[in-house]
Design a protein around this ligand. Structure first.
Ligand code: NAD
Length: 356
């Protein structure tokens, strides 16, 4: 079996690639892996092996039709992670998001049809649904993306699905909650909070800090993708949720506690121009059809991630040039009491109340 992974030098794609090379997915233990990645600022080539007997690495752009025509033929499956993924950057300038996320997905699917790829998984996000005050989205909910990033992913979801309906390309789409784990770019909220503290800086909370996000460890996300790749039905969408919803304020408090710091290390800053207030997925379909269950508790996963950034300073210290020598975790956690925070909703209301 030969699997092509786009965006395999990024945060999630590299985890999926390492897991494939480690033989962690049933039925895919011996697969050959080709990674295609443009190596943008968000990538980290060292997050996957420099050489491996079952890995081929191609530095390439999914918008490059000729490269796709050379590389895609001969693969049995494609898992499409490559994307521009940072919401703030999409608000500053949506252009690259449209090019890579929409045009790149179109060109990749077209090449999959042309070269007869047997199975495709398109990796998408809960952000395509917009924002939900109560209840949770299931896969039939309306797409109401609020940011250029989310809109570009929603557009690619629709386009990719059309490749199934129009050209019989056997594909499934996954829509996952916020991921966290090692190797995530420092611009994303959890690495940003952790490395800011480790670099001796304050952490910044947007707006009132009450925006709610649902979290899933990257290892659980990638295992779910492997299940969808193996057993997902053609033309179907699978939400992949976590078991925890947290306000950003509550998230900050947990990280402050891991660092042994207090609420005096938090600064509030102006909110984003567009801030989705809450994301929440109903993911019973992937649970019931494919037997997926998250396995890593948020407490364990967050502690692991904190330790990973603490122990891998060389990966991020250059992003804090003003900090000559990053400081150690603070010593007396009891000296600083975090301020109370908003709820940490773990209960997931049924989707039946949601307008479609
Ligand atoms: P990332 O930004 O860490 O990695 C993206 C990778 O894609 C990078 O290695 C980058 O170099 C590569 N890339 C970008 N443009 C490319 C192009 N034109 N051609 C080839 N490669 C290109 O992103 P991530 O967090 O790993 O997200 C991966 C996928 O998962 C994305 O499609 C994203 O929308 C989706 N997703 C992410 C999350 C999350 O919380 N991070 C949640 C749900 C879904």
């Amino acid at each position: 079996m030969r699997i092509l992974v786009t965006g395999g030098a990024g945060f999630i794609g590299s985890h999926f690639t390492r897991s494939l090379l480690d033989g962690r997915y049933v039925g895919l233990e011996d697969c050959e892996v080709t990674v295609v990645d443009k190596l943008t600022y968000a990538s980290d080539r060292s997050s996957i092996p420099a050489t491996h007997p079952r890995l081929t690495f191609v530095a390439g752009d999914v918008c490059d039709r000729r490269m796709l025509g050379d590389v895609v033929p001969g693969h049995d499956a494609v898992v499409h992670f490559a994307a521009e993924s940072h919401v703030d950057r999409s608000i500053d300038d949506p252009t690259e998001f449209i090019e890579t996320n929409v045009m790149g997905s179109h060109l990749l699917m077209a090449e999959c049809v042309r070269s007869g790829v047997a199975r495709v998984v398109h990796v998408s996000t809960d952000e395509v649904y917009g924002s939900i005050a109560s209840g949770s989205w299931d896969e039939r909910c309306l797409l109401e993306p609020n940011t250029p990033y989310a809109a570009s992913k929603a557009a690619s979801d629709c386009l990719v699905r059309a490749y199934w309906r129009t050209y019989d390309l056997d594909l499934s789409i996954t829509r996952c909650a916020n991921n966290y784990g090692p190797y995530q770019h420092v611009e994303k909220v959890i690495p940003k909070f952790v490395t800011s503290l480790l670099a001796g800086q304050d952490i910044t909370l947007h707006g009132d800090g009450r925006a709610v996000r649902e979290w899933l460890h990257v290892d659980d996300h990638c295992r779910a993708i492997s299940l969808v790749l193996g057993k997902g039905r053609a033309g179907e969408i699978y939400n992949i949720g976590g078991d925890i919803e947290l306000t950003n304020q509550a998230l900050a408090e947990r990280i402050l506690q891991l660092h042994g710091a207090g609420w005096d290390r938090v600064r509030y800053v102006a909110d984003r121009k567009v801030q989705d207030q809450r994301y929440s997925l109903d993911f019973r379909k992937v649970q019931e059809e494919l037997g997926f269950e998250p396995q890593i508790s948020f407490a364990d996963g967050l502690a692991e991630v904190y330790a990973w950034y603490r122990d891998n300073r060389q990966r991020w210290a250059h992003l804090y040039p003003e900090t000559a020598s990053p400081v150690e975790p603070e010593e007396r956690p009891e000296a600083r009491r975090p301020a109370p925070v908003a709820r940490t909703a773990a209960q997931r209301p049924s989707a039946s109340s949601i307008a479609r």
